[in-house]
Write a protein that binds this ligand. Structure first.
Ligand code: DAT
Ligand code: MG
Length: 149
């Protein structure tokens, strides 16, 4: 099943929004396949954000994501990537509509609370960057038949 990597970023963890953010994905029907609380190293941050190397905000982005612990979650479900991105909102919180995570809790692009993979390929790659196979669980959820047709 399609997977996406979610990161509850340092600002969201520090602000006590971890539960609220996970709740929104869980309520949507997305299923947790892996989850952990961790400190992201500079090396892992650079791998994760490799597509942004050389951009003016790259250094600040690595500093932000490594500044304090995060919660990383592998989510799966029908159209998991697109569904999670819609729940997250736009890259810039001030442009993000109310009802999205970034639109409800953020203002600035450098404090945008949560990461979600941007394509099916990125989802698979990013989940593998953060989780070993042994950390990912395939499990029958009792509500699956009521969420997945
Ligand atoms: P997203 O996180 O919505 O997938 P992205 O992949 O384009 O956005 O960029 C990754 C992160 O980099 C983003 O969450 C915040 C930061 N960023 C992106 N564009 C930026 C900009 N113009 N100025 C400052 N930070 C930016
Ligand atoms: Mg992105």
């Amino acid at each position: 099943m399609e997977r996406t990597l979610i990161i509850v970023k340092p600002d969201a963890v520090q602000r006590g929004l971890t539960g609220e953010i996970i709740r929104r994905f869980e309520q949507r029907g997305l299923k947790i396949a892996g989850m952990k609380f961790m400190q992201v190293s500079a090396a892992l941050a650079e791998t994760h954000y490799a597509e942004h190397v050389g951009k003016p905000f790259f250094e600040g982005l690595v500093k932000y994501i490594t500044s304090s612990p995060v919660v990383v979650i592998a989510l799966e479900g029908t159209k998991a990537v697109e569904a999670a991105r819609a729940t997250i909102g736009k890259t810039k919180p001030f442009e993000s509509p109310a009802g999205t995570i970034r639109g409800d809790f953020g203002l600035e692009v450098g404090r945008n609370l949560v990461h979600g993979s941007d394509s099916v390929e990125s989802g698979a790659r990013e989940v593998a960057n953060f989780f070993t196979d042994a950390e990912l669980v395939s499990w029958p959820r009792n509500t699956d038949p009521w969420i997945f047709e």
